[in-house]
Each structure stands twice: as C-alpha cells, then as structure tokens.
Design a protein around this ligand. Structure first.
Ligand SMILES: NC(=O)c1ccc[n+]([C@@H]2O[C@H](COP(=O)([O-])OP(=O)(O)OC[C@H]3O[C@@H](n4cnc5c(N)ncnc54)[C@H](O)[C@@H]3O)[C@@H](O)[C@H]2O)c1
Length: 345
C-alpha cells in the first residue's frame, strides 16, 4: 500500500514508518520538524530507517501533495495536554482545523483511507470503576482532548463510499523510541529513576491511566490499514489492552521495582481529576490480527536497558527535544517559530 505518514519524525512516527515498511508498505513521511535535533539512541532492533520525508506543515498541505497515496496516517499534532494547555488557540488551529483540512485534502485527492490518532483522554473522567468503551460518554478536560473529539466528529462527516476514516483512541504511550519523549508518565518515571535513583510524586497517584507500548500502537495502525473496509470504515477503536489499565501510583511501583534501590515517595491528592479505565475489547474482537505484545513492566525494563546502555544522564533526560513543551517554548522565545508555530525563516 502506498502510504503517507504525517508526524513521521515524532515519538511514534519514527518507529511506525520502519514498522510499516517491514510489513511491505511503501511509506513517505511528512513533518515540519519541531523536534528534529532530538535522537536518543541507535540500535539494530528498532531499525529507525528514515523514510523520504516531505518537509511541510500540515496546515499548508494541498491536494497535489496527497495524490497517488492509498492511505494517510495522521499523527502530526501538538501531542499532549501540557503543550496544548500552554496555548489552547494554537491547539485548535493545528490540531482541529489542521487535521480536518488534511482529511478534506486527502479525500479530494482520492485517498481511500485516513487513519487518525485520537486519544483515550477524550474520556477525561471515567464512570467509577466501570471501564469506558467506544460508546461511552466522553468528558474531555483539556484543549488537547476537546480537539481530538472535534476532529473525530468533523472527519467522520467526510466518510463516503470512497473515503474511509478510522479513529484510533490510543492509551498513553510508553517505550523506547529514538525520538524519545520524557513528558509521558511511564517514560518520565523511568527517566527519574535512572537519573536520580528516586521517584518523588507530587500527587497521590490514585487516578487511572491506560497505557500502551509504542510498538503495539504501530501494530494497531498496520492492522487498520490492512483490514477489510467493513471492519474499519468510520470506526473508533480504543487502542491498548485491559491489563495495562493502571493507577498512576502502581505505574510508579512497577518502575521502582525495575530500578534496584529506587526510592518511591507518593504525594497528596491533587486537583487533576482526569481518571479513566478503558475497555479494549472492540479492537481485539474487530481488527483482524491485532494483539498487544507488551506490558508496563516490560516497557520499564526495555527503558532501563536502553538507559543503561547509553548512560542516560540528567542533562540528556532534561534536554529540550525530549520534552515537547520545553522545545516549542524555546523555539518561540528565540524567534525561530512565529506566533502560529510556523518556522519564522
Ligand atoms: N504519545 C502518546 O502517548 C499518545 C497517546 C495518544 C495519542 N497520541 C497521538 O499520536 C500522535 C503522535 O504522537 P507522538 O507522541 O508521536 O507525538 P510527537 O509530538 O512526538 O510527534 C508529533 C510530530 O508531528 C510533527 N508536527 C506537529 N505539528 C505539525 C504540523 N502542524 N505540521 C507538520 N508536522 C507537525 C512534529 O514535528 C513531530 O515530529 C499525536 O496526534 C498524538 O496526539 C499520542
């Protein structure tokens, strides 16, 4: 299949593109390169062969850029809550309007499938101990989550006999990627354990968060691209597996147990009310071939081994390209990005 992957230089995209190639697809990337100077490690197992990449902002993509592709996999957005809360208006501009624009251009170009990276954060506040599924009410708590829902809504309206969107509501990702991110929970806790020998939490860690390994996300995307149209046409899938629903304090305990001698201190109850347990039955039932191969403990061990091999130090752990908000703030404050997060020169 001839594919365009936006956000191909990101945490997920950098692993997804070689993964799709290994499954026989012809992959081109598209990315504006916000985090291009961050590359944590090389190895022979996560073969990060960089695909041919169109250096362009999603907001400026035209029909001509998309002609000839059978599917677009869309990852390129401002990708987490803190980044988006920093500038909700830019979040609506890039994540909502940019993504709907891309989908409309893809449809006009004759692209048949559009796989969109949504998020389980649309559930926001769950229903007590009952796991939420794709039919449950949503309660987005942030601009990031609101935009995910708005894109789902607007792109679903573009579905036709010639255009099949699919919405992947990913759990919070974890795991090693050369384009590492330390601003997501398990990766952050592993980085703290590796560089300081202790995890000091500011909250009590009671909220629930579902997790999913970055390579399992890649597999879900590949399965959605390869599935019969009837399985994926205008469908929403929660991406993950039931066993990787954790309370944050249990994620911290798992991480601490993987780093010998790591000290763990829990804090007080916090005002962050985002908490949800997720039911992942649909994707396992309806998406042919999909299964999760990882769990949080294996992911923590994988990161432990990578960090030991490269001698992760505090300077690298805290470096800008690995924490999205720090990186974009620096690019803006130094005038490299303008007020719309477009490159100034
Ligand atoms: N990582 C997670 O935990 C997680 C969970 C659920 C959903 N998702 C979604 O998956 C997608 C990818 O996530 P990620 O963790 O790889 O993010 P990331 O921030 O690591 O990568 C995003 C990439 O998109 C590019 N980009 C951003 N805005 C762009 C624009 N306007 N034009 C062109 N390129 C642009 C960036 O340069 C970057 O390389 C995002 O949509 C994110 O919301 C991620």
């Amino acid at each position: 299949m001839k594919l365009l992957v936006t956000g191909s230089e990101g945490y997920i995209g950098c692993l997804l593109t070689p993964y799709l190639r290994a499954r026989g697809h012809d992959v081109t990337g598209l990315d504006t390169g916000y985090y291009r100077d961050g590359w944590l490690f090389n190895d022979n197992t996560l073969v990060p062969q960089v695909p041919e990449t169109i250096n362009k902002d999603v907001r400026r993509v035209e029909v001509a850029d998309l002609r000839g592709y059978e599917a677009v996999v869309h990852l390129a957005e401002l990708s987490n809550d803190p980044l988006c809360e920093n500038s909700p208006e830019l979040t609506f501009e890039i994540n909502h309007r940019g993504s709907v624009h891309l989908a409309a251009m893809a449809k006009a170009a004759g692209v048949q499938r559009f796989v969109y990276m949504s998020s389980c954060s649309v559930y926001g506040i769950g229903q007590g101990s009952t796991p939420v599924d794709e039919t449950s009410p949503t309660h987005p708590q942030t601009a990031y989550a609101q935009c995910k829902l708005m894109v789902e809504h607007d792109v679903a309206a573009l579905a036709s006999s010639q255009f099949s969107p699919t919405f992947m509501r990913n759990a919070t990702a974890y795991g090693a990627s050369p384009r590492m991110r330390f601003d997501i929970v398990l990766n952050n806790l592993c980085g703290l354990a590796a560089t300081t020998g202790k995890i000091v939490m500011t909250s009590d860690g009671t909220p629930w968060r579902p997790l999913v390994h970055v390579l399992d996300i890649s597999e879900a995307i590949a399965c959605a691209l390869e599935a019969p149209k009837t399985a994926i046409h205008n469908e929403i899938f929660n991406v993950g597996h039931d066993a990787d629903n954790h309370q944050v304090r249990d994620i911290a305990r798992i991480v601490a147990s993987v780093y010998p001698g790591c000290e763990l201190q829990l804090g007080q109850a916090s005002s962050d009310n985002r908490s949800y347990r997720v039911n992942f039955a649909k994707i396992h039932r309806q998406l042919p071939g999909f299964e999760c191969h990882w769990n949080a403990r294996q992911g923590a061990q994988q990161l432990h081994d990578v960090f030991a091999r490269i001698g992760l130090d505090a300077a690298t752990f805290n470096a800008r390209p690995f924490t999205r908000l720090k990186r974009l703030k620096n690019l803006s404050e130094t005038g490299q990005l303008d007020e719309h997060l477009a490159w100034a020169m």
